[in-house]
Design a protein around this ligand. Structure first.
Ligand code: ARG
Length: 588
C-alpha cells in the first residue's frame, strides 16, 4: 500500500470519534509535504475540522495525535504551526516497501478496490478530411487515459466516434460525380476528397443551384440511394485507411469504431421522444431543447446573459430541413452505450471549444434519463499554438496535418541521432529516430496542463535536457547501460534487497515509492502532466543518486543494493512511460 494510503487510513481511524459531517472530505486528506523541511507528508485537516466544531486547531491536532498510530511507517509526528501534522517516513519502512515493489510485476501498485467499467471516446476524426493537430491531442491523451485506467484494473472500452455522417456528404457526392480525379484519388485519397468538398463548397457560395444539388444528394443518401451509399462507403473506407495508418504509427488501437452514421437510424424517433416528453420543442421551424428554468441561471447551459438579462440559448436537435445535429447524435450514442455496456463512466476527450456542447448535452441527458447513474466527464484540452501564439499553421498558412507533423518529428530526430552518433548503422539510427520522434510529439503534449493552450516548439520538444521525451529516454537508458557495461566487464550484477543509508538513496527511494500516488493523482482529474512531472522528478532523483553514490565500484553488498535501486528506477520509468504510450530504448 502507498505511504499516502497507509497514513490516510491511520488518520481516518484517529478521526473516528470526531463529527466530520460538515467538513469537505478532500480537506481531510493526507498530502505530500509542500516543503521537505516539514517531512514527507502532512495532514492539514485540523484547521477545517476546528472551524466546523468551533474549537482550536491545535487542540484538535493534539487529540488526533493522541489516537494516531503511524509507528509502523513514520517517526512520531509533530504538530507544526497552527495545527498541521507532519510525517517523516521511517527508513526501514522505505526498505521494506521497496523490496515489495521490486518483487512485484506491478511495482507494488495495487489495482482498484472496486474495478469499474469505463468508455473512453477519443480521437474521433472526421472522414474526408485529414487529421489535424487538434485530433492529435485527443488521440494521445485519450490513449494514455485508456492505458492508465486498465493498469489500475478497470475495464475500458475505447470507442472512436468517427464523424462519418452529415450534410458535408452532399457536397462531396456532387464533387465525386462531376469532378473526381481518379489518379489523385489513388495517390492521395484524403487530399482528393478534401479538394472535392472545398471545390463544391466554394461554388455553392455563389451558385445556389450547386447548393440545391448538394442538399438533394444528401437527401438521397439519407433515403438510402444505392449509388450515393456506395460513394459514401468508399469515402469512409478510404478515410479509415488513412486513420489506421496514423494509429499504427502511434501504436494506438480501439475496441470499437462506431461512427456517427451508426446512430443515424435512431435520430428521428429520438427527437420525437424528446418532444413528447416535453424536453424539446419547435422553434422557428426547427426543434430545440430549452432551459427548464429549474436551477441557478449561471449554472444553466441553456441560458446566456446578454443585454442585461438571461436569454435562451437552446440546443438544436433538428434543423428546419429535417437534418439532425451533433447533439442529437451524441444523445443517441449515449443511449446506445448505456444499453450495450452499462458503463460506470464515459470520458469524452475533445478540445475545450466543445465545452458548451458537452455541458448542454450532459444536462439534456440528465433531464431525459434522470435515473441513470453513469458519470459523464468531458476531458477538455487547449489548443496547440505556433510561436506567434496563434493556432499552429504551416509555413504556407494552412492547417498542420498530423501525418506531416509525425514525419517531420522523425526526420528531425534522425538528423540529431546522425549528428550525435555518426557511427550508428542505418537501421539502428532509423529505429532510434522513429521512437524518439513519436515519443517527443506524445510527451510534449502529455506534459502540458491539458486545459491550457501550449506553444509548439521543435527545439523544446527535442531538447536533450529538461522535461522532454529525449531526456526521459536517456534517463531510462542510463541505468540499463550500467548493467550492460558491468556485465561486459565481468562484474557481478546480482541485486539484493535495498539498504538505505546515504541521502541520495533515501531520496530516490521516496520518489520511487510515490509511483502509485502519481498514477492515482493523475487519473483523479485526468491530468496526465501529474504523471509526466513524476517521471521527470524520478529521473532527477536518479541522477542525484548516481552522482553521489558509487555503484559498480562499491563493496559487494552495497553494490547489490544500489543495483537494485538502478533496476527499480529503470522499471518504474519504463512502466510510467509505457502508460503514456511511450516506447523506451535500451540504448541511445
Ligand atoms: N468528430 C468530432 C470532431 O472532430 C469529435 C467527436 C467527439 N466525440 C463525441 N462523442 N462528440 O470535433
Amino acid at each position: 500500500m502507498s505511504a499516502q494510503k497507509i497514513l490516510q487510513a491511520a488518520v481516518d481511524a484517529a478521526l473516528a470519534d470526531f463529527d466530520v459531517s460538515n467538513v469537505a472530505p478532500e480537506t481531510l486528506q493526507v498530502v505530500a509535504a509542500s516543503n521537505p523541511q516539514f517531512g514527507d507528508y502532512q495532514w492539514n485537516g485540523a484547521l477545517p475540522l476546528a472551524k466546523a466544531l468551533k474549537q482550536k486547531p491545535r487542540d484538535i491536532a493534539t487529540r488526533v495525535l493522541e489516537k494516531l498510530d503511524v509507528s509502523s511507517i513514520a517517526e512520531s509526528p509533530e504538530i507544526a504551526g497552527p495545527g498541521f501534522l507532519n510525517f517523516r517516513l521511517k527508513t526501514d519502512w522505505l526498505e521494506q516497501a521497496l523490496e515489495t515493489a521490486r518483487q512485484s510485476e506491478r511495482l507494488g501498485v495495487e489495482t482498484a478496490e472496486t474495478p469499474q467499467r469505463y468508455i473512453v471516446d477519443f480521437s474521433s476524426p472526421n472522414v474526408a478530411k485529414p487529421m489535424h493537430v487538434g485530433h492529435i491531442r485527443s488521440t494521445i491523451i485519450g490513449a494514455a487515459i485508456v492505458r492508465m485506467l486498465r493498469f489500475q484494473g478497470h475495464e475500458v472500452i475505447s470507442d472512436n466516434h468517427i464523424g462519418d455522417w452529415g450534410t458535408a456528404f452532399g457536397k462531396i457526392i456532387v464533387g465525386w460525380k462531376s469532378e473526381l480525379d481518379e489518379a489523385n484519388l489513388a495517390a492521395d485519397p484524403i487530399g482528393e476528397m478534401e479538394r472535392l468538398y472545398k471545390l463544391i463548397n466554394e461554388r455553392g457560395k455563389t451558385d445556389s443551384a450547386v447548393e440545391d444539388a448538394a442538399r438533394f444528394e444528401t437527401a438521397k443518401l439519407q433515403a438510402g440511394d444505392a449509388e450515393n451509399l456506395a460513394i459514401w462507403g468508399r469515402v469512409r473506407d478510404l478515410s479509415q485507411q488513412q486513420f489506421d495508418h496514423i494509429y499504427s504509427r502511434l501504436d494506438i488501437s480501439f475496441d470499437e469504431t462506431l461512427g456517427e452514421s451508426f446512430y443515424n437510424p435512431r435520430l428521428p424517433s429520438l427527437v420525437n421522444e424528446l418532444i413528447e416528453q416535453g424536453l424539446a420543442r419547435e422553434s422557428n421551424g426547427a426543434i430545440a431543447i430549452f432551459s427548464d428554468r429549474q436551477g441557478e441561471p449561471k449554472d444553466d447551459p441553456f441560458l446566456i446573459f446578454t443585454d442585461g438579462e438571461w436569454r435562451d440559448a437552446p440546443a438544436l436537435i433538428r434543423k428546419s430541413d429535417g437534418a439532425s445535429l451533433y447533439a442529437t447524435t451524441d444523445l443517441a450514442t449515449l443511449e446506445y452505450r448505456i444499453k450495450t455496456w452499462q458503463p460506470d463512466e464515459i470520458v469524452y476527450v475533445t478540445d475545450a471549444r466543445q465545452a458548451g456542447h458537452f455541458k448542454q448535452f450532459f444536462a439534456a441527458f440528465r433531464r431525459w434519463m434522470p435515473a441513470e447513474k453513469v458519470r459523464l466527464y468531458h476531458v477538455a484540452f487547449g489548443m496547440i499554438l505556433g510561436e506567434d501564439r496563434t493556432p499552429l499553421k504551416t509555413r504556407e498558412g494552412g492547417t498542420v496535418k498530423l501525418a506531416a507533423l509525425l514525419d517531420e518529428a522523425v526526420e528531425r530526430s534522425l538528423a540529431i541521432v546522425r549528428e550525435k552518433q555518426p557511427d550508428l548503422d542505418e537501421e539502428t539510427a532509423q529505429h532510434i529516430a522513429q521512437v524518439v520522434g513519436i515519443s517527443a510529439v506524445k510527451y510534449a503534449d502529455l506534459s502540458q496542463n491539458r486545459a491550457s493552450d501550449y506553444i509548439f516548439s521543435w527545439d523544446k520538444m527535442l531538447a536533450m535536457t529538461g522535461n522532454s521525451a529525449v531526456y526521459m529516454l536517456y534517463a531510462y537508458a542510463r541505468p540499463r547501460s550500467i548493467f550492460r557495461k558491468a556485465q561486459a566487464e565481468g562484474i557481478d550484477v546480482s541485486t539484493a534487497a535495498p539498504r538505505l543509508t546515504e541521502p541520495g538513496e533515501i531520496e530516490l527511494a521516496k520518489v520511487l515509492l510515490r509511483f502509485d500516488e502519481a498514477l492515482t493523482g493523475s487519473l483523479r482529474d485526468y491530468r496526465l502532466n501529474i504523471l509526466t512531472d513524476y517521471i521527470y522528478e524520478l529521473a532527477g532523483a536518479f541522477s542525484a543518486f548516481y552522482r553521489d553514490c558509487r555503484v559498480l565500484d562499491a563493496p559487494d553488498d552495497v553494490r547489490a543494493s544500489r543495483l537494485a535501486l538502478c533496476d527499480l528506477t529503470a522499471r518504474t520509468l519504463q512502466q510510467g512511460l509505457q502508460l503514456l504510450g511511450i516506447q523506451t530504448l535500451e540504448q541511445m
